[in-house]
Design a protein around this ligand. Structure first.
Ligand SMILES: [Cu+2]
Length: 75
């Protein structure tokens, strides 16, 4: 089953920061899609709950060099 979560992210400085986060998330197994919005300081991630968990999404954001400050379940 796929699930969507929105993560609030601090420390993004420009549009390429958002692209770094998208890339790192999309390289994570189980992530269906990632859409990071620089202006909203938010990323929206669709993922397969059976293959990946939120913890791993947070790790991916951290690997890209950013911090998740809040998490909102979408569905
Ligand atoms: Cu940047």
């Amino acid at each position: 089953m796929s699930k969507i979560v929105a993560l609030k992210i601090s420390d993004m400085h420009c549009v390429s920061c958002a692209m770094n986060i998208d890339g790192e998330l999309e390289d994570t197994e189980g992530v269906v899609s990632a859409s990071t919005n620089y202006a909203k300081a938010e990323t929206r991630v669709e993922f397969d709950e059976e293959k990946v968990n939120v913890e791993k999404l947070l790790d991916a954001v951290k690997r890209a060099g950013y911090t998740v400050i809040d998490m909102i379940d979408q569905e």
